[in-house]
Design a protein around this ligand. Sequence first.
Ligand code: PLP
Length: 384
Amino acid sequence: MPPHFARRTAELRPFLAMEVMERAFEMERAGEDVIHLEIGEPDFPAHPAAARACIRAIEAGQTHYTDSRGLAELREAIAADHGRRFEVDVDPERIIVSNGTSSAMLLVFSLLVGEGDEVVLPSPHYPCYPNFVRMSGGVPVAILADPEAGYAMDVEAVRRALTPRTRAIVVSSPANPTGAVQSEETMRGLASLGVPIISDEIYDGLLYEGAKVTSALEITDDAYVLDGFSKRYAMTGYRLGYAIVPLASVRALQVMQQNLFISANCFVQHAGVAVLRDRSDALAEMLAAYTRRRRLLIDGLRELGFVIPVEPKGAFYVFADARAFDSDSLRLAYALLDRAKVGTTPGIDFGAAGEGWLRFSYANSEAAIETALERLAAALPSLR
Ligand SMILES: Cc1ncc(COP(=O)(O)O)c(C=O)c1O
């Protein structure tokens, strides 16, 4: 008899980017040389202030639990940082610090979504959003973010999808996997619908060609901003994130945090304070590299026959229509991994609208991207 697991586990889908990466790791253990374009993680070292502050904090014995909402100085630094990046005053009391943005996401979805509740989200979307909704007993309602419209969220389509059970609208700008940045007008339109906005702003700062993100907080207080240190500061392994939420929601989230996680790691929070107080522009160097890689990858993929209808304005992904090669994105991703030794993420990971597409990450060196393009050029003719 198989063991009995709760129904919510059966409703979770695998995170395919991770599945491809784990298969690639196995191949590497067997001696193969794989180029990772499937990973959504900066290849740069973490912000230089992070390690120093972390080590100092550990040596000074700052290794205990903290306030479940996070260290007061970190919440103040996050509020000041959000206020610098956007023209908005943030009360530090609205901030909950978490172990990575993912934990903040779990807290926020758990707060808002109950059995049978609905959450509107774009398709394609970050794979974990609908899983968090399902885990809370809710129903994800996907709205097409159409490449023909530059992946703008269609406010009228969102309005039509609203029901008395709708508990939140998810927006992510810049978005994973499309790199799309939502206009201020779209953000205003979504905020006008009278439903809380969950705004994932984790890729803010990684922007190209003059793109500018509008924070949901510039428009409405009825927003749950999800953000963290993983992307802008290349601190994925530190696991540090946060949510900025309506004041009235803080207490309930605090109680959940106390029970689920107690607090984020103390010394990692000190690293967060140091990074936010550091005035050197560590991001500029990463951005310059991402800008070159982005061009290289977009042009190279187009030459190979991938269709990229909209160039990404943010993050570090290119989302490419691969139906010229195979309409089954999972089969194609594994074929490319096996034959070209290049990891990519199957578009189906990002919802039905992503089927037939592949996501390529340029969080890898120019040399690696060039080699990957050569390997793809050699392998693709046999797949058409
Ligand atoms: C859109 C989006 N939100 C959140 C996360 C999770 O980030 P964290 O490492 O802070 O948990 C990711 C990670 O790839 C992401 O792409």
